[in-house]
Design a binder for this molecule. Structure first.
Ligand code: MG
Length: 267
């Protein structure tokens, strides 16, 4: 059996630690093992709707001990990505998680009812999942972009697996804005490298000793592969065993679940 260096773990949430509002049974124990072995890790999610403290609360409720400081969301990824533009004015289409991250980083947000602001004063249109998305928001975003604003998407996910089935993800909303403007969005979440790069800076780690663990071969594994990290695909969520052969991405390990993975990694 091969020996693996595990210097840090980037843990996906949806489909890896829980499904919707149901825990995946061995998630709490896996995180417990990481703590006991003192392996640095972060909970990393493309989901932009919740704040880090809400994500930590949800994990705790589902039996996975988690602290706010251990959570990295695509909304925080966007805020970090835009940190080179500290005085930027942003029109954000999204929910509390996105808006709070941007405000906490000192950005000026355009209010839905901002009178007096001219269309060319907006520097970025940032799009995350927004379950109150409207034609008016789409129109405003398109006009801001036509007057020079750049389009940033929290994450490219087109569909989200839920108890109801596959529902539209934030990538659909961002694509709609992109079609309307027209503009090509820059995405921050997985499979793009930005979120993992930010995580590596936060934990001060690099290279193949970093293990990205997730359920989606086209996002979690793709991002890891691009950055030269190791990766483990767990078959508890999005990707089925049958999808692996047809993907261009190759996880370092494939495991039925986190318990099996802990054994393969000798944790
Ligand atoms: Mg997932």
């Amino acid at each position: 059996m091969m020996e693996f260096d595990v210097n840090a773990v980037f843990l996906d949430l949806d489909g890896t630690l829980y499904r919707g509002n149901s825990p995946i049974e061995d998630a709490g124990q896996f995180v417990q093992i990481l703590r006991k072995r003192q392996i640095p890790f972060l909970f990393i999610t493309n989901n932009s709707t919740l704040t880090p403290s809400e994500v930590a609360d949800k994990l705790c409720r589902l039996g996975v001990k988690a602290h706010t400081s251990e959570v990295l969301t695509s909304s925080q990824g966007v805020a970090a990505f835009l940190s080179h533009h500290p005085n930027a004015t942003i029109y954000a289409i999204g929910e509390r998680g996105l808006k709070q991250a941007l405000v906490e980083h000192g950005f000026q947000l355009v209010d839905e009812h901002d009178a007096g602001l001219s269309v060319d004063q907006v520097d970025f249109v940032v799009v995350g999942l927004d379950r109150s998305f409207t034609y008016d928001k789409l129109k405003r975003a398109a006009l801001y972009i036509q007057h020079g604003a750049k389009l940033i998407g929290t994450n490219p996910d087109l569909r989200l697996p839920t108890e109801e089935g596959l529902i539209p993800g934030s990538g659909v909303i961002c694509r709609a804005v992109g079609l309307a403007a027209p503009a090509e969005p820059v995405f921050i979440g997985k499979p793009e490298p930005h979120l993992f790069e930010q995580a590596a800076r936060l934990l001060n780690v690099q290279g193949a000793g970093i293990w990205a663990i997730g359920d989606n071969i086209e996002t979690d594994i793709a991002a890891a592969q691009q950055l030269g990290y190791s990766s483990a695909l767990v078959l508890t969520g999005y990707t089925n065993e049958g999808d692996i052969a047809s993907s261009a991405n190759r996880p370092t390990l494939v495991a039925k679940n986190l318990t099996t993975l802990a054994r393969l990694l000798k944790l």
